[in-house]
Design a protein around this ligand. Sequence first.
Ligand code: HEM
Length: 488
Amino acid sequence: SLHTTTSGRRPHPPGPSGIPVLGALPLVGPAPHTGLASLARKHGPVMYLKMGTCGVVVASSPGAARTFLKALDARFANRPAMASAADITYGCQNMVFANYGAKWKLMRKLSSVHLLGPRALADWARVRRDEAGRAVRGMAESARAGRPVAVAELLVCALANIVGQITVSKRVFDAQGDESNSYKEMIVSLLTGTGMFNISDFVPALSWLDLQGVQAKLRRVHSQFDGLITKLLAEHAATAHQRAREGRLDFVDKLRASNDQDEEGETITEVNIKGLIFDMFTAGTDTSSIIVEWAMAEMLKNPSIMARAQEEMDRVVGRERRLEESDIANLPYLQAVCKEAMRLHPSTPLSLPHFSFEECEVDGYRVPANTRLLINIWAIGRDPSAWEEPLEFRPERFLPSGPAAKVDPMGNNFELIPFGAGRRICAGKLAGMLFVQYFLGTLVQGFDWRLPDGEEKVDMGETFGLALPKAVPLRALVTPRLVPDAYA
Ligand code: HEM
């Protein structure tokens, strides 16, 4: 038949042929999400290519994502061994890069029960309200001083303080400034380093050369980060008695306690604990802040969208008090803005790589065992067969009367999968959604926004890594719009 080669085996899905050794790597270019999207326009939504010695399959349409993350989800639930990942994640003993197996399951379950599931999230509401309050006070101060607000830095700082409190009972940064800047730099270097198409990962024979210098840089940043985590854990140990006496255990306390219950013979080691803290600080902070920053940039570019969002705030919340999380359900336009920002600016454009256990068949083609799977979330959100005017920032499409009213981003509708889908879907999707809605809402309700004098246009360029932040961080001037008491 058409799909049988002379050897009697089915062929791989279509794709570009590359050059010796590097394969298709040079075709992908420095911004792989766009490079792979243009290759997919030529070769199709299920594309197979060689990157170095590795086989890679790329899904670039909602239908292709459904095939891999629903029909074939179990077979692709592993993670590839990546040199750049092993260097920064305690040899993949964290959750994000763990192989699909009993240890991963246990880490995921404990994280959900004690940190990221609906009940745990409700328990930490006070921490989020507190940090949003501090952020708002800091912004009111910037307003008085006529100083622009650096949106991403402000948010990363607030989110890291939330993560610090719920994992190890510690606010990690007292104020914005040098300390939070260096922390943000650490995260950014880690995310850009891991997301980069690292030649060593694809051509293991060349890995000792570290051609791009990625691993050396990652190892440096990682040892800095490990220093921070080690210090936090030492302080944490010193105050364990007090927390036990007062009955207010944090995530790390609960992880340790879970070992006494001997879950199916699996235990959480001290290295796993470090790995999980690392995951929460990296996966849990810059992802949400990137989306809020993009949403603010889009609204500064489109003032009528900002006006509509603020009009909704005035009607539903008023100006006498700050937004609360319980208001979000009554703010459909805010929700629509968040979805639209996630569609056009997903924080992890190629998701995280998956890896197949065994050979399988897709649309009559053969995908071998040990193939990497990339889901081009970025291209899917801009797919013209799924979205009207895909490049326009138009929150109205998600309103109850709009064409995408029923599309939710939680992994059920494959045209919008900012958190991925299936077994490996983002473990923090509820927290991420809440962070984005609550913090974006707080910024929009609390302040009027304008660009600093002399800046006429918002720069909308992207920087590619594992995450996709704005190339130029957004800075803007704010004016309070609530009664003064609301900022106290
Ligand atoms: C809006 C914010 C966020 C976005 C867009 C996002 C997106 C993603 C994506 C695309 C993945 C990969 C899914 C896959 O492999 O198929 C992922 C994995 C993960 N995320 Fe998130 N994330 C966000 C926030 C968070 C938060 C707040 C946390 C925790 C505090 C978190 C923790 C994780 C973890 C632990 C994984 C690995 C799951 C696994 O491998 O089983 N994320 N996220």
